[in-house]
Design a protein around this ligand. Structure first.
Ligand SMILES: Nc1ncnc2c1ncn2[C@@H]1O[C@H](COP(=O)(O)OP(=O)(O)OP(=O)(O)O)[C@@H](O)[C@H]1O
Length: 256
C-alpha cells in the first residue's frame, strides 16, 4: 500500500470546482511534484490533504489511516507536515522558539502540568529544547538560534520553515512553492537542501513548484493540473515531452 493514497478528491467552492477527481499515490521515499498554471488547483489539493478544506467528495488515506476531514493537529500527528506558499513564521520569536513551538505537537504533559510547570513538564521541555537544537544543528542553522526569525535572509527563513515542519517528525512533507521568489543560485541551494533532508529524515515529498529545473531534478514523478483536472502524469522526461503539458504550461512558464 502506498504511503499516501488520494482517491477522487474533489473540492467545490460554491459553483466552482477547484479540483475534480484528484487521484494520487506516493510511495515511501518518493518525491512527487504537482505543476500547472496559476489557479489550476494545486494549493487546493494540498489543502484537502491537510484538511484546511475537507474534500466535498473522495478520500485521503495516509499510512492506512483515513485522514479525510481529520483535525489538522491530528493529521500532523499521523506524520504529514507542510510549508506554505507565503512563509509562515512567528516573526518576532527566535529561530529556536519557532522550532520549539512546532515540537510541542508531541508534548505529552497535560494543560495543568504545563501551567504549573510540574517536573514531568519541565523534563519534557528540556528534552524539547535539546531536540530542537539538534535539529537546527543537522540543518546548519544552530548558529542562528537566537536570531529573530524576521531578521534572517529569505533563503534561511525558508529553511527555518522547513525545520519547523521537520520538528513534527513527518513521514510526508508537503512543500508549497518552496523556491518562490528565489534567484537561480538560491534555488539550486534549496534543491540540494531538499535532497539532503529527504535522505537524512527518510522523507517522502509532495511538492508544488514553478521552477522547472528544480522540479525535474528532484521528482520521481510529476502530475500536471489544468483547471483542477489532471491532464498528465509521468516521469520528468515523459512530462517534458508531453504535448498537452507543453501547450498548457511548459511552453508559457517563466522559467529560471
Ligand atoms: N477558499 C476559496 N474559496 C473560493 N475559491 C477558492 C478558494 N480557494 C481557492 N479557490 C479557487 O480555486 C481555484 C484554484 O486555486 P488554487 O489556489 O488551488 O490554485 P493554484 O494552482 O494553487 O494557483 P497558484 O499557482 O496561483 O497558487 C482558483 O480559481 C481559486 O480562485
Amino acid at each position: 500500500m502506498a504511503l499516501l493514497n488520494v482517491e477522487n478528491a474533489t473540492m467545490q467552492f460554491g459553483g466552482l470546482t477547484a479540483v475534480k477527481d484528484f487521484n494520487l499515490k506516493i510511495n515511501q521515499g518518493e518525491v512527487v511534484s504537482l505543476i500547472g498554471p496559476n489557479g489550476a488547483g494545486k494549493t487546493t489539493a494540498f489543502n484537502m490533504i491537510t484538511n484546511v478544506y475537507t474534500p466535498t467528495k473522495g478520500k485521503i488515506i495516509f499510512n492506512d489511516i483515513d485522514v479525510t476531514g481529520m483535525r489538522q493537529d491530528l493529521i500532523t500527528k499521523t506524520g504529514i507536515a507542510r510549508t506554505f506558499q507565503n512563509i509562515r513564521l512567528f516573526k518576532d520569536l527566535s529561530v529556536l522558539d519557532n522550532v520549539l513551538i512546532a515540537n510541542h505537537v508531541h508534548i505529552k504533559s497535560n494543560f495543568l502540568e504545563a501551567i504549573l510547570k510540574l517536573p514531568k513538564y519541565r523534563r519534557e521541555e528540556k528534552e524539547m529544547v535539546k531536540k530542537s537544537l539538534d535539529l537546527l544543528g543537522e540543518l546548519g542553522l544552530e548558529d542562528l538560534k537566537d536570531e529573530k526569525a524576521s531578521s534572517l535572509p529569505y533563503g534561511k527563513q525558508r529553511k527555518l520553515e522547513i525545520a519547523r515542519a521537520l520538528a513534527t517528525n513527518p513521514k510526508l512533507l508537503l512543500l508549497d512553492e518552496p523556491a518562490a521568489g528565489m534567484n537561480p543560485t538560491e534555488t539550486d541551494e534549496l534543491t540540494a537542501f531538499i535532497k539532503e533532508i529527504k535522505d537524512k529524515f527518510d522523507l517522502s515529498i509532495f511538492m508544488i513548484e514553478h521552477h522547472m529545473n528544480m522540479v525535474m531534478s528532484l521528482s520521481d514523478r510529476i502530475q500536471v493540473f489544468e483547471y483542477g483536472i489532471t491532464i498528465a502524469e509521468g516521469t520528468p522526461s515523459e512530462i517534458q515531452n508531453d504535448k498537452k503539458v507543453i501547450d498548457a504550461y511548459l511552453g508559457v512558464t517563466e522559467d529560471d
